[in-house]
Write a protein of this length. Structure first.
Lengths: 306, 427
């Protein structure tokens, strides 16, 4: 038995040690690592009926990835324009949702982090309450508001801004509002946690030396809050790129999110390997984009999740 | 200081807008639960009704979904809290070189999209199932099992973060002392560590249950034959929405606010008791400290009591109140409105036709600015064929086309109503 394990069992006792080790191994290996590897493996296989799995036809192939790029064989177009466009649009939209959320939440997080008082507790409670309510119901609430005969249209028409109802759903405004809404909390809390620990004297000092408020934020607060900002942005980006409920409920009839394509492959086409390949592409691209952004903004991986 | 005041005001305006964005949708959704139209809408307000609540409680699929959600929730709480605790204990003891890798692995599920987790769970257990040679109805492909496993993958990470925060403040010497005094490892764990961790375990469990209850992305791939509440809701919302969903949302919102208030007033109460103890003399302490009443100086408790009274009152009115009369009245009003509109249309059309007649039979009476149009009318050839009124089916339109048809046959004109400006915009 290696020294590390021996020490571990000495410290925890045989029974406890085995329980802890077993649970941790089950979680890390059985629930996290193996399923991901299994999905990766699955994405390289052809779509076969169950009896043929493991048979001679079950060989590794790049077919599923080729499909995403080139479309069905003998198709009318050289590239799979529809799916690639959806993929591209999803990533761009997720970036915009992240930026929108950052701009929306930074002032709130700063205010909550730097103000003391009883009302801060109430604000925190008001922030959390919407997130105890089902994701679907949150999207549903926005759909009531943005619908053709919804509250927003009634109000705007009453004010005389529009003559005819504006179709927020078809123009994807409802979708972006819904995605932004869904992840506000994930953006606020990491930033709030960091800013709360910022010494107020630093801000005072900068102000005494004559810095404008804009300069204070750019030179003092934002550099200090960088780990919080980056972990908030990472979470919001990953989750909005991987969102399924909001696009299904708030997306217009013609607009698809990439996760909806994956869902279709699994549920409507029952082409699991194809769906797995799409999922792998989504996951890998998102991780690469996050790593790229972290390099651009000079943030370490270790800062995230703090 | 003018600029400072402006900044202060703009902060409050910003906070107002922000919380309106955050809470407004929930308020509006709650309102729609009490409005009578079958499509959930807050405007126009028609009738106060409670029928959506009874519709909700009669919906078998929703009730079944709630049952499945609770089973999945309990399973997920047990599995993810124990895995999270084991993971946290491991994190404090692991070989330093492995630590960063280990941490990345156990935190990764938070960042992996839920869709990917669902797919990988489904694919992996399907393969295990096949390798063991089990059929499609085995335990391993059971929807409840897969959903619990899939959700626990990432919910355990949430639990871990909550538990690690508390575990870092644990003094290992306590366990060592217990061991020195002859406790077994299991006893030391149960009697020393577990009581210390209890608050964190409780909050991790609540968090896990809520996260499981609202999960959609992972569950949608794994639920099999056991749709949870969220799945049922999503299907209902996608294929036609009714205010019964608003009613459910309202119940959840009310419960959430209720528990939040209880929690808040408890915390405040604790603070008050602490405060009272701090100021008390030794004699007072031994006799029992005089503690302020439950409601005094505790706004959350006051709101809580008001909230309870309010909900009792609402339930009371709900059992006694019948919206039938109001609904009948609104229906009648709508009918009247519709009739008015039809009458209006008919009047307009009659007026139009009258003008045409006048143009044909009595040119002298036309007002000067309309002179051009009726003249073309007179020269028309195709009669009422192209008259848009002839295409619409309802009765008064029929009258209209009859009239204009008669008009054309009467004067042998060339292009009928084609060039008549009235025809182009009459509808």
């Amino acid at each position: 038995m290696p020294g590390f394990l021996k020490e571990f069992f000495n410290r925890n006792g045989m029974g406890m040690g085995l329980t802890i080790l077993g649970l941790v191994l089950f979680w890390t290996v059985g629930l996290i690592i193996l399923p991901q590897l299994s999905m990766l493996d699955f994405s390289f296989r052809p779509n076969l009926p169950p009896p043929e799995i493991g048979g001679p036809k079950d060989v590794y192939t790049l077919e599923n990835y080729k499909y995403l790029i080139f479309g069905p064989e003998g198709g009318s177009q050289d590239y799979n324009v529809v799916d690639l466009k959806v993929f591209y649009r999803t990533l761009i939209a997720a970036v915009f949702v992240t930026i929108f959320n950052l701009i929306l939440c930074y002032p709130i997080a700063y205010y909550l982090g730097q103000t003391k008082g009883n009302h801060i507790r109430i604000f925190a409670l008001m922030l959390i309450i919407p997130y105890w309510i089902n994701e679907i119901l949150r999207a549903f609430a926005l759909r009531i508001i943005f619908g053709e005969s919804g509250v927003l249209n009634t109000v705007l028409m009453g004010l005389g801004v529009f003559d005819t109802p504006f179709d927020f759903v078809r123009n994807d405004i409802a979708l972006y509002a819904g995605l932004g809404y869904a992840y506000i909390l994930l953006m606020i809390f990491p930033i709030y946690n960091v800013i709360e620990s910022l010494d107020r004297n630093q801000i005072e000092a900068a102000r005494d030396m004559g810095a404008s408020w804009w300069r204070i934020h750019r030179r003092v607060v934002i550099p200090y809050a960088k780990p919080g900002i980056s972990s908030g942005c990472t979470m919001v980006f990953m989750l909005s790129a991987g969102a399924l409920a909001a696009p299904q409920i708030l997306g217009g009839p013609s607009s698809l999110w990439f996760t909806q394509l994956i869902y279709q492959q699994f549920n409507d086409n029952s082409d699991w390997p194809q769906g797995a390949a799409y999922a792998v592409v989504l996951l890998v691209t998102c991780i690469l984009l996050v790593l790229l952004a972290m390099r651009l903004f000079k943030v370490n991986m270790g800062d995230i999740g703090k | 200081m003018m600029s400072e005041r402006i900044i202060r005001y703009s902060i409050w305006i910003y906070l107002g807008i922000f919380f309106a964005y955050l809470l407004g949708p929930l308020v509006i959704m709650s309102i729609t639960a009490f409005n009578s139209p079958t499509f959930p809408r807050a405007t126009p307000w028609e009738c106060l009704t409670f029928e959506w609540f009874s519709a909700l409680f009669q919906d078998q699929r929703i009730l079944n979904g709630i049952k499945n959600s609770i089973i999945v929730g309990l399973g997920t709480v047990i599995l993810s809290v124990s895995m999270g605790l084991a993971g946290a204990l491991m994190l404090t003891q692991i070989w330093p070189k492995l630590r960063a890798t280990y941490y990345t692995i156990i935190i990764a599920p938070i960042l992996i999209p839920g869709v990917v987790l669902g797919i990988s769970t489904l694919v992996f257990w399907d393969r295990i199932n096949r390798m063991l040679g089990l059929g499609a109805d085995s335990f391993l492909s059971n929807g409840l099992f897969l959903t619990i496993i899939g959700q626990s993958t990432f919910i355990a990470s949430y639990c871990l973060l909550v538990l690690v925060a508390r575990l870092q403040r644990y003094d290992l010497a306590l366990t060592e002392a217990a061991l020195d005094l002859g406790a077994s490892h299991a006893q030391a764990f149960r009697k020393i560590l577990l009581p210390f961790m209890r608050p964190a375990i409780a909050s991790a469990a609540v968090l896990a249950f809520l996260a499981s209850f609202e999960n959609y992305n992972t569950t949608t791939f794994t639920f099999g034959e056991y749709p949870t509440l969220t799945i049922e809701l999503a299907q209902k919302v996608r294929y036609g929405i009714t205010p019964a969903i608003s009613a459910l949302a309202f119940i959840i919102v009310a419960l959430t606010v209720f528990f939040a208030l209880i929690n808040e007033s408890k915390i405040k109460r604790k603070e008050q008791v602490m405060e009272a103890r701090k100021n008390a003399t030794v004699a007072e302490l031994s006799k029992g400290v005089k503690v302020p009443g439950f409601l005094s100086g505790n706004p959350a408790a006051i709101v809580l009591v008001l909230f309870c009274i309010g909900s009792v009152a609402v339930v009371g009115t709900a059992t006694a109140y019948s919206p039938d009369q109001c609904i009948a009245r609104v229906k009648e009003q709508k009918q009247i409105e519709a009739e008015e509109r039809i009458k209006e249309l008919r009047r307009k059309r009659d007026a139009d036709n009258l003008k045409k007649f006048k143009g044909v039979f009595d040119p002298d009476e036309i007002s000067p600015e309309e002179e051009e149009a009726p003249k073309q009318d007179n020269n028309s050839g195709f009669g009422g064929v192209f008259d848009p009124n002839a295409l619409s089916g309802d009765d008064d339109a029929q009258d209209g086309s009859d009239a204009s048809g008669g008009d054309e046959s009467g004067n042998n004109s060339g292009f009928g109503g084609v060039f008549d400006p009235n025809n182009l915009n009459s509808d």
